[in-house]
Design a binder for this molecule. Structure first.
Ligand SMILES: [Zn+2]
Length: 350
């Protein structure tokens, strides 16, 4: 089954699971719980036709976990904080199981996979991996872990993140928004100057970006890369990340045509919902495994919790893993099925 087929299978399985949940919630609604009615509404709206809305930032890739739900600001905006592309269930076929609310299972990095340093120009390319939606990448394909920071540059939080990364000698990957690059070229240049990898995160962070005509997507991605190059001449932009994780086959194809690998993630602590530093810390430290690409945010809102969490996350992860920037310019072309080296759906053995 190709990656798109897997994604369809995820969706089908998820819809089946959501149907069961919706039925249970209807029963709950009949019993008079307004909370359940609201939840039913959330669980039955089609997650794949969410309207694009300017200013929307990352909506998580996962169903809200209980802790995340409890930590949300009240009143909860009906759309903005509704994760609209829940992760595929990792439960066995035939039922939702307890894993419905968990993040997608990233491809398992074999124990024996050779330890390789992948950071920086001139280093070996990433091992093939197509486990994410529409064959986007979820792992580094090696033992190393990659932190990624989205939605900046931000004049308040990006410098704090850069300082912490410097303190712990960690290189990371920053998925920047074109219009913010235009506003803060010095910050963009500072990211590159510190040895971090830059990733194209569209011009205006439109969640519906991936459903636009290919020519429109191409023009916006080119405009964003041009702005990055304007700020940081010579920076290689080898990665693209779709806002909100709302991937489509078309956007992956356009990005590939522009020389960019599509970058999903394996660990999403939903720091954009501002659940607090302790929650962000425990999620990242608990879910990060060999090869994980970790989604964090240095922009798009108040990221004080993320910055605070990094003060725990960085010393913890650097003891357990090697943290790397994704190698700019070194990602191999999209692999044929025969070249795939890892099963994308093996269960985690974390
Ligand atoms: Zn984003």
């Amino acid at each position: 089954m190709d990656g798109q087929g897997q994604w369809r299978a995820w969706r089908a399985r998820l819809r089946s699971a959501r149907g069961l949940i919706a039925a249970a919630l209807v029963v709950g609604a009949i019993m008079g719980s307004s909370t359940v009615i609201g939840r039913q509404s959330e669980s039955t709206h089609d997650p794949y036709t969410a309207e694009a809305a300017r200013g929307q930032r990352h909506r998580g890739a996962t169903e809200p976990r209980p802790s995340a739900t409890a930590a949300r600001p009240s009143p909860t905006p009906t759309r903005l904080n509704t994760p609209d592309r829940p992760s595929p269930s990792t439960a066995p076929d035939g039922g939702p199981g307890p894993a419905l609310g968990q993040v997608p299972q990233a491809p398992k990095i074999p124990d024996a996979f050779p330890e390789r340093i992948i950071a920086g120009p001139g280093q070996p390319p990433l091992a093939p991996e197509i486990g994410g939606p529409f064959e986007s990448r979820m792992t580094t394909g090696t033992q190393q872990v990659a932190l990624t920071f989205d939605d900046g540059p931000d004049p308040t939080f990006t410098p704090q993140v850069l300082a912490l990364l410097r303190q712990y000698h960690v290189k990371a990957t920053f998925c920047v928004v074109g219009e913010l690059v235009a506003l803060y070229p010095d910050l963009t240049r500072a990211i590159a100057a510190d040895g971090h990898t830059l990733c194209n995160h569209t011009w205006s962070h439109d969640i519906g970006f991936a459903s636009q005509p290919p020519a429109t997507m191409r023009a916006e991605l080119e405009r964003t890369s041009a702005e990055i190059h304007n700020a940081a001449p010579g920076a290689k932009i080898s990665y693209f990340r779709q806002p909100g994780g709302e991937w489509s086959a078309g956007v992956v194809a356009v990005a590939k045509d522009l020389g960019m690998s599509s970058l999903h993630w394996a660990v999403d602590p939903q720091d954009w919902t501002q659940p607090g530093a302790a929650t962000i810390t425990s999620r990242v430290e608990g879910e990060t495994d060999r090869g994980s690409i970790v989604l964090l945010h240095d922009g798009g809102g108040d990221r004080a919790g993320t910055v605070e969490a990094l003060k725990s996350i960085l010393p913890d992860l650097t003891q357990r893993f090697t943290l790397v920037a994704l190698p700019p310019g070194d990602d191999p072309p999209r692999q044929t099925p025969a070249a795939r080296t890892m099963s994308p759906r093996e269960p985690s053995q974390r």
